[in-house]
Design a protein around this ligand. Structure first.
Ligand code: NAD
Ligand code: WQD
Length: 341
C-alpha cells in the first residue's frame, strides 16, 4: 500500500514507519520537524534498510499538502502531525486549533483532491476528560478539559463528518492512552525538547543523570499506593495498532473511534520501580503536590480494538522500561542536532 504519513519523524510516527517499511509499504512522510529531527528518518532507513520519501512541509499550508498528496497518490493516510502539550495548549490555544484542527481540515481537502478515502488519526484518551466510570470505553462521553483535548475532539468530529459525507470513505480514530518506550534497537525513541512534561521521559532523564530527581505529583489519590494510575502502552505495540488500522480501513467503510491501550493501570511508583529494575540503580524522587487537572486513574477498555483490528498489546511494563533505558542511555542527549547521523 502507498501510505502518506504526516508527522512521521516524531516519536510515534518514527516507530510506525519501521513497521510500515518492514511490511513492504511504500511511505511518504510530510513533517515540518517542529518537534522532531530528520535524524530520526535517517535511523529508520538504517534500521529497515528501506528508503522512504520525506517532504519538509507544514500541514497548515493547504497548497503544499495538496501538491504532496497529488504527487504521491496514496492509498491511505496516517495523520500524526500535531501539537501535543497540554500546558502549552492553555498558553497558546490558537496555535493548537490552527495545527490540530485547521491542519486536519487541510489534509482532508487534499485527500479529496487526490481521491484518497482512508485515514487513521492520532487521537487521545484525553478526549474523555474526567472519568465517569472505568475502564474508559469508546461510548464514554467525550468531554475534554483542556484546549489540546478539545482540538483532538474537534478533529475527530471533522473526520467523522467527512467520512459520512464521502462515498466509500473509511476513518479510524485511534485514542491512544499513554505511549512509552522505544524500539528495541535503542536507535529511535522519544526526544522531548526542554523539561519533559510526561512521566516516563522524565524518569529516563533522572536515570541517566540529566536531572536530579523526579517529583511525584501527589501520593494521596485513591489508588493502590496513592499515586496516579495510567494505562502505559509500549510504542512498538502502538505502532502495530496503526498497521492493523490501515488494514481495517481497507476492508470497512465508515468512521470508528478505537481505544489503544493495554487495559491495565500502573501507578507512578510502580513505573518508577520497573524503571529501577531496567536501569539497575535507584531513581531519586520526592513527593510533590498534585498537578492541577490530573485524575487518579485512567485505563482503557480494549475489546473494541481486539474485535475490529484483531490487535492487542504484547509487551509489558518491563519491556517498556528496558527499551526506554536502552534508548536513553545510548542517546543521553537525544538525536544529534538535526543532522544526519
Ligand atoms: P511528536 O511531537 O513526536 O510528533 C508529531 C510530529 O508532527 C513531529 O514530527 C512534528 O514535527 C510534526 N508536526 C507538528 N506540527 C506540524 C505541522 N504543522 N506540520 C507538519 N508537521 C508537524 O508527537 P508524538 O508523541 O509522536 O504524537 C503523534 C500524535 O499522537 C500527535 O498528534 C499527538 O497529539 C498524538 N498523541 C500523542 C500521545 C503521546 O503521549 N505521545 C498521546 C495521545 C495522542
Ligand atoms: C502520568 C502520571 C502524573 C510527570 C498526558 C496528556 C495526555 C496524553 C498523554 C497526548 C500522572 C504523574 C508525571 C512527573 C509525575 N498526551 N507524573 N511526575 O497526564 O496521563 O497524559 O500524556 O495526548 O493528553 O495529558 O501523562 O505522563 O504527564 O503523567 O508524578 O514529572 O505521572 O501526575 O499521574 P498524563 P503524564
Amino acid at each position: 500500500m502507498k501510505v502518506f504519513v504526516t508527522g512521521g519523524a516524531g516519536y510515534i510516527g518514527s516507530h510506525t514507519l519501521v513497521q510500515l517499511l518492514a511490511a513492504g509499504h511504500e511511505v511518504c512522510v510530510f513533517d515540518n520537524y517542529c518537534n522532531s529531527s530528520p535524524a530520526a528518518l535517517a535511523r529508520v532507513r538504517q534500521l529497515t534498510n528501506r528508503d522512504l520519501t520525506a517532504i519538509d512541509g507544514d500541514i497548515r499550508d493547504a497548497d503544499a499538502l495538496t501538491r504532496a498528496l497529488a504527487d504521491f497518490a496514496p492509498d491511505a493516510v496516517i495523520h500524526f502531525a500535531g501539537l501535543k502539550a497540554v500546558g502549552e495548549s492553555n498558553a497558546m490555544p490558537l496555535a493548537y486549533y490552527q495545527t490540530n484542527v485547521t491542519g486536519t481540515m487541510n489534509l482532508l481537502a487534499a485527500m479529496d483532491a487526490a481521491e484518497c478515502r482512508r485515514i487513521v488519526f492520532s487521537s487521545s484518551a484525553t478526549v474523555y476528560g474526567e472519568a465517569r466510570y472505568l475502564p474508559f470505553d469508546e461510548d464514554h462521553p467525550v468531554a475534554p478539559t483542556n484546549p489540546y483535548g478539545r482540538t483532538k475532539a474537534m478533529a475527530e468530529g471533522v473526520i467523522a463528518d467527512w467520512a459520512t459525507a464521502t462515498p466509500a470513505a473509511s476513518a479510524v480514530l485511534l485514542r491512544y492512552f499513554n505511549p512509552v518506550g522505544a524500539h528495541e534497537s535503542g536507535r529511535i525513541g522519544e526526544d522531548p525538547q526542554g523539561i519533559p512534561n510526561n512521566l516516563m521521559p522524565f524518569v529516563a532523564q533522572v536515570a541517566v543523570g540529566r536531572r536530579d530527581k523526579l517529583a511525584i505529583f501527589g501520593d494521596d489519590y485513591e489508588t493502590r499506593d496513592g499515586t496516579g494510575e495510567r494505562d502505559y502502552i509500549h510504542v512498538v505495540d502502538l505502532a502495530a495498532a496503526h498497521l492493523a488500522a490501515i488494514g481495517y480501513a481497507a476492508r470497512a467503510e465508515g468512521c470508528q473511534a478505537i481505544n489503544v491501550g493495554t487495559g491495565q493501570g500502573i501507578t507512578v511508583k510502580e513505573l518508577v520501580a520497573a524503571y529501577e529494575r531496567a536501569c539497575g540503580h535507584p531513581i531519586a524522587y520526592e513527593v510533590a503536590p498534585r498537578r492541577p487537572g490530573d485524575v487518579a486513574s485512567s485505563y482503557a477498555a480494549t475489546d473494541k480494538a481486539e474485535r475490529l483490528l484483531q490487535w492487542r498489546t504484547a509487551l509489558d511494563v518491563d519491556a517498556m522500561c528496558a527499551s526506554s533505558w536502552r534508548w536513553q542511555s545510548e542517546n543521553p542527549d537525544g538525536y544529534p542536532g538535526g543532522a544526519e547521523d
